[in-house]
Design a protein around this ligand. Sequence first.
Ligand SMILES: Cc1cc2nc3c(=O)[nH]c(=O)nc-3n(C[C@H](O)[C@H](O)[C@H](O)COP(=O)(O)OP(=O)(O)OC[C@H]3O[C@@H](n4cnc5c(N)ncnc54)[C@H](O)[C@@H]3O)c2cc1C
Length: 391
Amino acid sequence: MPHTFDAIIIGAGIMGCSTAFQLAKRGWKVAVLEKDHIGSGSTGKSSAIIRQHYSNEVTARMALYGLREFQDFKERVGGECGFVRTGYVGIASAKDQAGLAANVALQQSIGIKTDLISAECLREIMPGVETSDLVSACYEPESGYADPHLTVNAYADAARRLGAQIFVNSEVVGVRFVSGHVAGVDTKADRLDAPLVLNCAGPWGARVARLVGLDVPINPCRVQVTFFRRPAGHEAAHPVVADFIHATYFRAETGNLTLVGLIDPAEANAIVNPDSYNESVGTDFVLDVGERLVRRYPAMERSQNTGGYAGLYAITPDWHPIIDELPAGSGFFICAGFSGHGFKLGPAVGLMAAEMLIGESTPTFDRRLFRFSRYAENDPVRGRYEYSIAG
Ligand SMILES: Cc1cc2nc3c(=O)[nH]c(=O)nc-3n(C[C@H](O)[C@H](O)[C@H](O)COP(=O)(O)OP(=O)(O)OC[C@H]3O[C@@H](n4cnc5c(N)ncnc54)[C@H](O)[C@@H]3O)c2cc1C
């Protein structure tokens, strides 16, 4: 096994694999170390919704970059990502209409296809949807969802084809420094050298940061999703719906299923041990989100629940990631804390992180928003809504 690399990435989720792909494309000798298997963290359990709706220009631009990559995946990355275009509908409450309109205007100004639509228009797009509480909604016809397993493995394969090495079952247990600068990492079985190390450990991001004495506010939080089989007459796939009024999101899944999850800031309180938490879905959760779903999509009263699971969000205080070198000039970088909305950003984050490691002087995306010091400066990322995950 070769032991010297230009950069070592810790974690083979979408962030680690997409960054490895971008670095390898630029001729860098890269190693990705994964404690388990590719996509075994948040990525493999992602609902993988791809929408463009964000409150900040940089995140909206990143989401648009991601959409283009998912649409043209074979050409740009190779392999399959399973992108399904269903459209995306965002339903905000009456008090959030100004924010909704401002976000749509921002997105339109940077080339995202999105519009404010009326209740009548929404009923045409999604027959059977309940709209009596709706003032207006936003609609993105190009959005949809992807297959997270296909996607992360396609990035890993693309990186490998370009020379990157991915070591699975290889947990990083130490990061070595020489004179204050990164020199390499240790696994239980091996020592690998590199002047740059990138922490892409998702919900384990704070634990990996602690290996170098850093305390970063990234909590592993348990979240659940469940599936309902759509009844006769409603087999056709519906758009992705973010229903901020009932605090749920749902999207179609193969087999006439609808996947449902919560949009709830309180999910940040469900902090668990990421190595041992209850991965099953709870009955209370199924009943609760089932009721919320029926309020928006009454035909689901006749649906059948088909189970679900729990996964992990890596949640920061402002529900946005930390993408930074800590401390500056040390060669230790962090790219974690995507707080439940990172999948769609994965293609852009790979580029952003690669350019950060390379020291690109004119980066494609401005990563200032994600600097670690924003918390000490009391300048967190702010969205236009209270629904933190909406960004
Ligand atoms: C249920 C659910 C639904 C979601 N839905 C959406 C959605 O619809 N749209 C969206 O955009 N986002 C969504 N997300 C969020 C998105 O999936 C995540 O933000 C994204 O996958 C994070 O990727 P990552 O690479 O940062 O982390 P991860 O995928 O968790 O990867 C981190 C990897 O690091 C490895 N690792 C940890 N410690 C070590 C170590 N010491 N040594 C080696 N390896 C290590 C882990 O094993 C893991 O594989 C969802 C997440 C969940 C859980």
